[in-house]
Design a protein around this ligand. Structure first.
Ligand code: PLP
Length: 411
């Protein structure tokens, strides 16, 4: 058996047994997993974790499964890259990229949440998995669901990038492209989830799914030599990842693995879809839904389910938030590639652009340690860069043609 003791309403604290449910019957607040931290601290230590395989399941006591992991056995433990070139360019001493563009089978951090969600779906006995996705979740559920032998119904906004659509279809799921934005897709999926007995990873098993995001935070602490950073910058769609990064730090503190926690958490969103950051900047916890219009489609959630809690975390930790325009997002994707050799998707452009602004504003200090979460691979959103990169030099098949170009380059 695992260490999850049940589900608890984040609003009224009413408790429920472990089931595929996600809202409180009494106050409609969201449910969250609660653990036996005493029990966990008796078995989990730095040493024990370090003995284990380098994947996200090395923290399994702090994940909501009862048996052995069944999905995502090769996901996680992505590199924490000291970004010396980028740090120099931005004028700070210690900047790290948590690089979730690599290692994961479908090349985004969504493989973390799906590993937990599908393992849990197996434990619950579901035969069909489903999701409402802005793109990356579709890839991850399609791929891991195939390997684990589930029927897969995947719902996306029809306007997604072509690369994102192809990278789902290759796994042969039932891909349903909805004429509408993510918020429309999500609304439809909530209705479908009520009618069909499917495991919607981000709806009816969301309390379990969301816990998978904590592994990025556990890894950051471990890879910093069991220290938490001064600042962490997190991209937000629904806001779930941001709340779970903070939860992971607090849990490591709770079980005695982390000795000192003094981290400020910053939210990063696109200007064309920034309901969380807008609330942060206005010092309110009231989220005003927006109609998304941004190149960062993977973050384009206008009515973020965890927005309120994400705002709370930035306030509670003394962090903050910033937004980036489409042009700033594209410039930042190119900056990250040029300085660190990391090709991030648009969401990574958002986070890097926001980090740059926070440094310029002095919200992030020059001598502090900052971790920037880069959550998806750039090959997934090539379309965003079309017309925004330089062109190749075209030559014919002879030396003189090449040397003409070489002269131009050197000149
Ligand atoms: C889903 C996603 C996020 C964040 O999602 P939340 O809903 O806020 O947890 C961040 N980056 C990428 C690339 C994503 O696909």
């Amino acid at each position: 058996m695992g260490y999850v003791r049940g589900l608890k309403c984040r609003e009224c604290s009413r408790e429920y047994p472990v089931n595929p449910i996600y809202v409180c019957e009494f106050c409609f607040g969201p449910l969250e997993c609660v653990y036996d931290y005493k029990g966990i601290s008796a078995v989990l230590s730095r040493k024990e974790i370090q003995r284990r395989e380098k994947n996200l399941w090395r923290y399994k006591e702090l994940l909501p499964i009862d048996g052995e992991p069944q999905v995502g056995l090769y996901s996680g433990y992505t590199p924490l890259v000291e970004a010396k070139n980028l740090a120099e360019e931005l004028g700070v001493k210690r900047l790290y990229i948590k690089d979730d563009t690599v290692v994961h089978p479908t090349l985004s951090f969504k493989d973390r949440v799906v590993a937990v969600a599908l393992t849990k779906a197996k434990e619950f006995g579901f035969d069909t998995v489903s999701c409402a996705s802005t793109g990356n979740l579709a890839h991850s559920v399609s791929a891991h669901g195939a390997k684990a032998g589930f029927n897969r119904f995947i719902f996306i906004p029809a306007s997604l990038e072509l690369s994102k659509i192809v990278a789902s279809l290759v796994y042969d799921p039932h891909l349903i492209a909805v004429d509408g934005n993510y918020d429309d897709v999500n609304r439809l999926c909530s209705e479908i989830a009520n009618k069909y007995n499917w495991a919607f990873v981000n709806i009816n098993i969301r309390p379990f799914y969301a816990e998978g995001s904590k592994t990025i935070g556990f890894e950051i602490v471990e890879q910093l030599g069991w220290h938490a950073p001064d600042n962490v910058v997190v991209p937000c769609a629904s806001g779930s990842l941001l709340t779970k990064v903070w939860k992971s730090f607090k849990e490591f503190e709770e079980v005695g693995i982390l000795k000192k926690l003094n981290t400020r958490v910053f939210a990063a969103q696109a200007t064309g879809c920034g309901p969380i950051v807008t609330a942060v900047k206005h010092h309110t916890d009231v989220i005003r839904p927006v109609k998304p219009d941004t190149v960062a489609k993977s973050l384009a959630i206008g009515n973020p389910a965890d927005g309120y809690y994400a705002v709370k975390v930035t306030q509670e930790t003394g962090g903050g938030g910033e937004e980036a325009t489409d042009q700033e997002i594209i410039d930042a994707m190119k900056l990250l590639a040029r300085t660190e050799g990391i090709f991030a998707e648009t969401a990574g452009g958002v986070t890097v652009a926001v980090t740059k602004k926070l440094i310029e504003q002095g919200a992030i200090g020059k001598d502090e340690t900052t971790v920037v979460c880069v959550t998806g691979n750039g090959l997934k959103t090539k379309e965003a860069l079309q017309g925004h990169t330089s062109e190749p030099y075209h030559i014919s098949t002879n030396m003189s043609s090449f040397e003409e170009v070489l002269e131009r380059i050197r000149g």
